[in-house]
Design a protein around this ligand. Sequence first.
Ligand code: MN
Length: 205
Amino acid sequence: MKKYTLPELAYDYGALEPHLSGRILELHHAKHHKAYVDGANTVLERLAEARESGDFGSINQLEKNLAFHLSGHILHSIFWRNLNPTGGDKPTGELASAITDQLGSFDAFKAQLTEAAMNVQGSGWGALSWEPVGQRVIVEQVYDHQGNVGQGGPPLLVLDMWEHAYYLQYENRKAEWVDAFWELVDWDDVATRFKAARTIDLALG
Ligand code: MN
């Protein structure tokens, strides 16, 4: 069975400075993300043991841990690809049209995602996601890594609002971290994710 592995970044730890410090990126990738990768692998082993023994006494904790670690791994893997030293500006093409048509305008979308991210209670993320039933993009506010999200559609663009993502550099100035994020967004990557997501068919008619 395939194990989850920590993905290599396409850029050096210092490449996103001054918007994101190299020390934060190193800790975030090599320690925090790595812990989710290891956690996902471990919980799958525990679940296999439970199936083998028939002892499901820890099933609730195991299923919660599976959702948490797996979602943490996936969200961080998307997040690294969403960022680029040459990022910023706005989307173009079909992604830009979808945002304008379905969320009003780029500025309205940016305001909604910024507010969703800024107002996360506790730890979580802001996300632009594809919703395949309605064939639309939506903004979501994710609790931890796995809560408060619709089923069926993948995130296209994610913004980590856990304190580990910014606190060493921005302390409690969350708005500055969000401003920095917008300067780093790789819209070509988001467009690639958008194109792939639109092929999802949940076969619901
Ligand atoms: Mn994180």
